[in-house]
Design a protein around this ligand. Sequence first.
Ligand code: NFE
Ligand code: MG
Length: 566
Amino acid sequence: MAPIGKRLVVDPITRIEGHLRIEVELDDAGRITDAFSSGTAFRGIELILKDRDPRDLGLFAQRICGVCTYHHYERSTEAVERAYGIKLPPNARRVRNLLLLSQFLQDHLLHFYQLHSLDWWDVTGVLEADPVRAARLSRRYTERPYHGEDDLARARERIAKLVASGQLGPFARGFWGHPRYRFAPEQNLIMAAHYLENLKIQRLAAQMTAILGSKNPHPQSLVVGGVTVANDALRANRLGEYGALLDKVAAFVEQAYLPDIVMLGEVYKGEALAGRGCGPGNYMVFGFVPLDEGFWEEARYYIAPGYILAENPERVLTVDPEKIGEEVSRSWYSYTGDDGQRLHPFKGETRPRYTGFSAGGTIDPAAKYSWIKTPRYDGHAMEVGPLARLLVAYHQGHERMRAVVEGYLRRLGVPLSFFESAVGRTAARALETRLVVEVAREQLAELTRAVAAGDERFFSGYTPKDGEGVSLREVPRGALSHWVRIENGRVANFQAVVPSTWNAAPRGHDGSLGAYETSLRGEVIADPERPLEILRIIHSFDPCMSCAVHLIQPGGAVLGPFRVEA
Ligand code: NFE
Ligand code: MG
């Protein structure tokens, strides 16, 4: 067991976008007494965007990320539209929503199966499973399992061949056999079969994006003032294709993803009820899927903006964008004045000042230690993402969210507090996927009806203007905002405040912890040589460091999986 004061360094955390370093202090019982989150690569997209024509912003900004590319494209395009004072034609908004929703589907499915599920199921357990028993067991979680016993037998065969070949690919170097893995062999087999199937399913979701986005990733069909895919959106067969793919993805969500989340919740109920992986308890939402053409406070949304503070967890408060600010007291940047201050994004600065880690090569929590800035809302650290959406919508009395959440809680026999954990955060992402499917069907039906009724407007004319514009919206990992100031027809300042920046931030100037950091405190590491618990908690947020720092990783250097330092 680790001696007192032992520092455990996991660098990089794998199976995320980009590079994240987590350091924790362990006491003599293996309990995490302190935690530090550090983004370790820089590229400075915010600087690259300065002095450009604002109408080009979206195409550059979407290069912030290779995962949620579309969302940066839409946010920066909309920030410019807001500065210009443009209102979109309803069909342009519907096309954008359909792009956003197909992107959510791909993102959530890919995250759960390929990037996170192996923290919960053990691939080496698959070989002991009996496909007949596994098929029977899967009927416990749904009346219509996605796979029958033949499919499950084939999946076991594929895993067996992989193991026999010695080339484990994505299954290499896992913490297999770790005592915290709790699935029975048959449960591991069900997960393995869905893991393999999802390699196809997530591709179908990407094809949905390509129908209205012209390609994926990095769609091309948005312009300031509207969308350019009128030719596709006006054809019933193209919209029908989107709908047919949606049906296929929805079947997998209903018959595989959601049942797997029931299974996960049942098996790992203890971890969830103990609150393992709980964040700061403050949650913020910027509005999910606009239902009309209003900007921010004037718009109706499928899930309305709101935030919750831990001190009064059932009360949803009104988000005021004026209260958002970013600090750099622990980040490798400097501000013109004092580094301890908080700058509103319209006045934001991105001036790198790298100072490295402390002399010992580890993080000094009083010094700068990350390329990620520290966003605060009215001084509070916020958790953003699917769990925030679930809780904010639930406490707003959102009917569909309530029905889905209550069905799940009843099935497991657990209270709402179950969700405030790593298991719960992962369940929240799955449960909202059902709502994503529903709202995608509604938006598709609306667009189809409008086109059939002769509405062919997808673009609105405009006159470029100087001024400020912001776009705030929910994207898969949480609340995303882009802020632009236009002077003399050029981008004078661009700032992105990104979901993973909120969650993965280092400490504030007052020493307050970020969401990742809080969520790790108190966790007990069973085996410091194989810190599976850290992976579970951090992956449950679906980290994206490319977004968080808005960076490219030069050269793609391969680092060791982690190291333990005395
Ligand atoms: Ni790079 Fe992103 C999402 C954004 S990240 S994935 O979702 O914006 O925090
Ligand atoms: Mg930024």
